[in-house]
Design a protein around this ligand. Sequence first.
Ligand SMILES: Cc1ncc(COP(=O)(O)O)c(C=O)c1O
Length: 249
Amino acid sequence: MFSLDELRAGLAEHRPQILALVHAETSTGACQPLEGVGELCREFNCLLLADTVTSLGGLPLFLDDWGIDMAYSGSQKCLSCPPGISPLTLGPRAIAKLNQRQTKVPNWYLDLSMVGKYWGQERTYHHTAPISMIYALREALRLIAEEGLAERWSRHQANAERLWEGLASLGLKCHVEEPYRLPSLITVCIPEGVDGKAVTQKLLTDYNIEVGNGLGELAGQVWRIGLMGFNSRPENVLMVLDAFKETIG
Ligand SMILES: Cc1ncc(COP(=O)(O)O)c(C=O)c1O
């Protein structure tokens, strides 16, 4: 996680055109606070791009209030929709930047100037729409509207807290300090002397529970437990805690 002071120092040193931050970091389980970052980026005439793949629908996210100029997400995490479609949003500063381009976008797939014409009045062909995925996303969003966004955020938080408490009672520590700990992806420190991969393998084969192994520098250091969307439920928390107890107890 970066503090506003660290971000300010980085922007002053590098003067980037875009600052890209991951809001909910799935490999570490950390939440990057975004409040105030948009204002900072405006001071440095820089756009703010947020990766909200593991946060959208699972924890508070206020794109406009936080001055986020562009954000993308995934359908398959806290939105609980099948994978294959990526929500994307651009604010006025990002669209202005796109419109000021002096050169053509050098690829087809992410040419947002062409995508804009496809969405707009012109309906210029850009791609074939994944219609069944759009219906699936609509249904996922309908379920969120039915539950209420704030209620959904509270549910994710409450179930994460159940898991954190249960892990502590098994003597397991979370990798991230609580103020920055994600409710959607919890990284658990593998205790000394425990073979982390053997545990995840046993959880999968004996309990049909898939817990992720650590990635990059955290390989062999942490387990990663997802509590996202439909899966963020008290019975799942109890099931995973029981399985851990039996496996490492
Ligand atoms: C924070 C974050 N960003 C991006 C991605 C990539 O998403 P996808 O696998 O849908 O391309 C992931 C996937 O896990 C992620 O967790």
